[in-house]
Design a protein around this ligand. Structure first.
Ligand code: MSP
Length: 498
């Protein structure tokens, strides 16, 4: 069985989960479900980043120990993912002892190998980003709370791996996707890489993983957090599991953390003699009024509020359908309601109602038998098959929004087919013809619903259950069983009224 290992970033535990975090996590869930129904052995990892200055300060402000603070705050992420139907395989926390053991082991290995050294450094430090920055980065203006710091610290010889990294990026087309991001990183690597400061003195920050060879220091949060992608699958204790799932198939994230993932992480792996991940995929940002959502700007949209009001499927659907992977997208309540009403309430929901009413009214709740097909029926089947193939192909090529559009086209095609064939009229003269029309429509509905399962698992399982079918069934046309009884469900996607 092929494996499929997919990860999200570890979210800062201090943050309240918002639409941006929900997007990456739901995307990982959708891709996991797509791969699970194709019989892959999927491992889907998410979790929280729990060390560092900001966490320490937040705990101090609340007058609690950092560990008490993170134990409380992590629940907000777990609750959010539970409520959004995110079916991860493992939730890692950087405060897990298994994780910190891996971090310490790697630090020791690299120190013994000579890839970590002690040095004094004077430079600009961004308190908000918790890292040293260059003059150029300061000028670019993306960093806040900058001060000059002179400090002795441990450094990782990142520069040693620069050439090898450039070669890897150039010779592996899928290593950084989309392509624009690959070019961005290659541009960044035209300048000489500095070595990476990977420690913080405890006198300034104590909430972190202690450096195993110097008890006066803790590990820099990014060096700690990135290692989660291998510690979660058993590095170095559980070789069998690690060798089975590594290298990761996808590290998903937004473009904000591209450098840490495409420069720090691969050079760390190279130093450890570990294979690099297959693909680092950076999607765009969800924007509110053209600015990125962030806690400090106070413009965050809380996913749970929307899910509570409209159901988790409605939110999942909107996020997956309205963002073209790789580009930014604008979140507005108007576009959310518009999308829901047009696709889910009208095209899909009305079709479910229509087909279920026809089966109940004319066929006593049982799927009619199909008789001979005419040329309109044959064309219809061909169209549905084409949309099905395109949808699967688009899903497998990370074109989720196109895959969804292909599926909605199935429903639109059925709606037209029903209007054209008008089984409510033909039933009076020829029950066989009406039965065939309804069978074909119900079969297309079954297939489209299976295709939507990764996106809207709750509602699609409800619809498929009522048809005595499963999301695990085949999407080949003609698999719907004749004469099986259906349970009528009503108004599956009620319209949102203005
Ligand atoms: N803790 C680090 C990641 C360490 S990974 C080893 C971090 N955390 S974060 O909480 O800031 O999460 C950043 C990620 O959240 C983004 O890369 C993206 O996946 C998601 N998003 C946060 N805001 C977003 C938007 N406005 N739009 C889309 N995704 C966003 O960085």
């Amino acid at each position: 069985m092929d494996k499929f290992y997919i990860t999200t970033p570890l979210y800062y535990v201090n943050d309240e989960p918002h639409i941006g975090h929900a997007y990456t996590t739901i995307l990982a869930d959708v891709l996991s479900r797509i791969n699970r129904i194709q019989n892959k052995d999927v491992f889907f990892l998410t979790g929280t980043d729990e060390h560092g200055q900001k966490v320490q300060e937040a705990a101090e402000k609340r007058n609690v120990l950092p560990m008490t603070h993170v134990n409380e705050y992590v629940e907000r992420f777990k609750d959010a993912w539970g409520n959004l139907n995110v079916d991860y395989d493992y939730f890692i926390r950087t405060t897990d002892s298994k994780h910190s053991d891996s971090v310490k082991e790697i630090l020791t290995d690299l120190y013994e190998k000579g890839d970590i050294y002690f040095d004094e450094y004077e430079g600009l430090y961004s308190v908000s980003e918790e890292r040293f920055i260059t003059e150029k980065e300061k000028e670019e203006g993306a960093f806040r709370q900058i001060k000059k710091i002179k400090e002795k610290n441990y450094f990782f010889k990142m520069s040693k791996y620069q050439k090898k990294l450039i070669e890897h990026i150039k010779s592996n087309d899928d290593f950084i996707l989309p392509k624009s991001r690959k070019n961005e990183i290659l541009g960044f690597l035209k300048n000489n890489l500095n070595d990476l400061c990977i420690s913080r003195p405890k006198s300034r920050l104590s909430w972190g993983i202690e450096i195993p060879f110097d008890k006066d220091y803790v590990t820099y949060v990014w060096f700690d957090a990135l290692i989660n992608y291998i510690s979660a699958i058993g590095y170095k204790k559980d070789n069998k599991k690690f060798n089975h799932y590594w290298p990761a198939d996808y590290h998903l994230m937004a473009k904000d953390i591209l450098t840490t993932h495409c420069v720090y992480w691969p050079t760390m792996l190279m130093a450890c003699n570990i294979q690099l991940p297959k693909t680092i995929f950076a999607h765009g940002w969800w924007l509110i009024d053209d600015t990125k959502m962030s806690k400090s700007l106070g413009n965050v949209i809380k996913p749970l509020d929307l899910a509570k009001q409209y159901g988790s499927d409605a939110l999942r659907y909107y996020l997956m359908r309205n963002m073209v992977l790789g580009q930014d997208a604008s979140f507005t309540i108007e576009s959310f309601e518009k999308r829901y009403n047009a696709d889910l309430a009208n095209d899909y929901g009305n079709l479910v109602n229509r087909i279920f009413i026809l089966i109940s009214k004319y066929f006593n709740n049982s799927i009619p038998e199909k008789a001979k097909y005419d040329s309109v029926d044959n064309d219809f089947i061909k169209n549905i098959e084409n949309f099905t193939n395109s949808s699967i192909q688009n899903y497998n090529n990370m074109k989720i929004h196109d895959g969804i559009e292909n599926t909605i086209s199935i429903f639109r095609t059925v709606n037209k087919f029903l209007e054209n064939k008008a089984p409510w009229k033909t039933i009076k003269e020829n029950k066989e013809i009406a039965g065939t029309t309804i069978y074909l429509s119900a079969e297309a509905l079954r297939i489209g619903t299976i295709l939507l399962y990764p996106i809207i698992p709750e509602k699609s399982i409800q619809i498929l259950d009522s048809m005595k079918c499963s999301y695990k069934d085949n999407t080949t046309f003609g698999n719907l069983k004749e004469n099986s009884t259906i349970d009528i469900i009503k108004n599956i996607f009620p319209r949102i009224q203005n």
